[in-house]
Design a protein around this ligand. Structure first.
Ligand code: MN
Length: 536
């Protein structure tokens, strides 16, 4: 690094300003991650679909990625000049990033590494050349080769630097060469569409750069084979050592889910095994929240009931929360599932369905999600539900908001929208009502807004009223009380177009295969921080 240059950390000021700086005070950009002084400097071109498609052309200079956004992309055609906009330096860790940036974040969209390689600056001091408004670069990439020039032409009214990017007339120039005819990543061979449909990584610009690239497909470990084998060996009741806890489990051979024409009966033993396998995966959706337990101790075919109060004989190690706003006659002490063994305890207690609060216990009046519940009526078909879900998908695309659907395991679909804590339940309820009424106006024949089931004429309801304290939707991966133990399964938006999708098509016997293939489709929600935009 030339001594006259500010350290890389100081050069990232613009990038960090664009991050929501209130989220973290840790520095971005790790000088240790930069190439050594003897290594040839690198460049990368990322094809980035944000609000508008553009190519980000980035040169490694003094430990940061000095960057231009080029809407039409770089070209080997020496006869054309493409407009370029000098944008913030990016941290060096971004150089091989390919994946998605959450909607609502700076640069929200999808990114591929369109080209990468090394470069030779035409000037001794490339940072000074950039400052002076003309950079010469010889690129050694997979697609881009030869001599390029970036030259500053002026500033727009917003103060953004306007530049031109061009290829010199050299041996590598190719007349008529169009970057859009070479759309695949040099890292993965995938297009932006393919990466968007199945991203491996997410970039969280609000985190320190060394931690910002999040792997989306590494799944947390569930119960071990030894732990499951120990459960299988137990007689009807016994002590089960699971996730480091010693649990008394009971009535293991009782049928909890009746058989049907399509399904074998499922015992409590199998239900507990499922719970132990999925507990680490569903834990982030339960942790820190009060749990309302939908109990069916006599099995899914019997009448269930809600139990909110944690009995006082429950083990001491279970985390619990005292609701400070409790009214006389209401439950006061709630189970908080903060470790996977706690969910296994609840399952043994007969909690077939897991309903965590939308708010965390530290601020129970501030929801972390806005929830949309597409609640089918007696004459609502599955196709109708899909129509309603796809309309919401379109709405979220227009709003540039991250949201994810899940099938309920019964007949419906719910959509979860992660938000920064701040708005009240009244705020989220009003926002969801406004969104759903706008969406619903497209298909008024499918919907009723009447309160009573009998007044709805068999039509569906978009139920915004679940956005309230101590009202809950079923948690991701929770079983539902029906034959086959169907599961409320997070899905990708594209699956709404899969003709094989069914609202109750995932059961506890098929979930492990599903999550091995698809990962956790809700995982991006866990790290998103979004404000609900005005709906006009
Ligand atoms: Mn960009």
């Amino acid at each position: 690094m030339a001594p006259t240059q500010p350290p890389a950390d100081e050069k990232l000021t613009g990038y960090r300003r664009k991050r929501d700086f209130s989220r973290t005070s840790e520095p971005a950009g790790d000088p240790a991650a930069t190439a050594g002084p003897t290594a040839a400097p690198r460049f990368v071109v990322q094809r980035h679909r944000a609000r508008r498609l553009h190519y980000d052309v980035r040169f490694e200079i003094d430990g940061v990625l000095v960057s231009w956004a080029v809407p039409k992309g770089p070209t080997l055609d020496a006869g054309v000049r493409h407009a370029a906009f000098h944008v913030e330096d990016h941290p060096i860790e971004y150089i091989d990033f390919e994946g998605v940036i959450p909607a609502g974040e700076y640069g929200g969209g999808d990114v591929i590494v369109w080209d990468a390689g090394t470069w030779e600056p035409g000037e001794d001091d490339p940072a000074a050349a950039v400052a002076a408004g003309e950079l010469h670069a010889e690129l050694h990439g997979s697609k881009l080769r030869g001599r390029f020039v970036l030259v500053r032409t002026g500033q727009d009214s917003a103060g953004k630097e306007q530049w031109l990017m061009l290829h010199k007339h050299d041996d590598f120039a190719v007349p008529g060469w169009d970057p859009e005819e070479h759309p695949r990543s040099v890292l993965s061979g995938r297009t932006n569409d393919e990466v968007l449909a199945d991203p491996d990584r997410m970039w969280r610009s609000d985190l320190p750069a060394g931690e910002a690239s999040i792997a989306l497909k590494q799944l947390p470990r569930g119960a071990t084979a030894d732990e499951l084998a120990a459960l299988a060996r137990l007689p009807g009741s016994g002590q089960w050592r699971i996730f480091g806890r010693e649990l008394k489990v009971t009535n293991l051979d009782k049928v909890l889910f009746e058989g049907s024409a399509d399904h074998q009966p499922i015992s409590k033993r199998e239900f507990l095994a499922y719970t132990a396998q999925i507990a680490t995966m569903t834990l982030p959706y339960l942790a820190g929240r009060a749990l309302n337990m939908h109990r069916f101790p006599q099995g899914a075919a019997s009448n269930g009931f809600w139990q909110k109060e944690l009995p006082d004989w429950a083990p001491d190690w279970l985390n619990r929360w005292q609701n400070p706003d409790v009214e006389p006659g209401e439950s006061r002490t709630y189970l908080v599932v903060d470790e996977p063994a706690a969910l296994v305890w609840a399952a043994n207690f007969g909690a077939l369905e897991w309903h965590a609060w939308t708010s965390l216990t530290d601020r129970p009046h501030r929801p972390g999600y806005a929830l949309i519940d597409i609640d089918p009526g007696a004459s609502t078909s599955w196709q109708d539900v899909l129509v309603l879900a796809r309309l919401h998908r379109t709405a979220f695309e227009h709003l540039n908001l991250l949201a994810r659907p899940k099938v309920t395991g019964r007949r419906g679909i719910q959509i979860w929208v992660p938000i920064s804590r701040g708005p009240s339940f009244a705020d989220t309820r009003q926002w969801v009502e406004q969104l759903s009424r706008t969406v619903g106006a497209v298909v008024p024949e499918l919907l009723s807004w009447k309160w009573g089931v009998r007044d709805r004429g068999g039509r569906a309801r978009l139920d915004y009223t679940q956005n309230a304290i101590n009202k809950t939707l079923v948690a991701p991966y929770s079983p539902r009380p029906a034959p086959g133990a169907p599961v409320s399964m997070p899905i990708g938006w594209a699956e709404l177009d899969d003709p094989g999708l069914r609202p109750d098509g995932f059961g506890i016997r098929t979930v492990s295969r599903r999550v091995a293939e698809r990962g956790d489709e809700f995982r991006p929600l866990l790290t998103a921080r979004q404000a609900l935009p005005p709906l006009g």
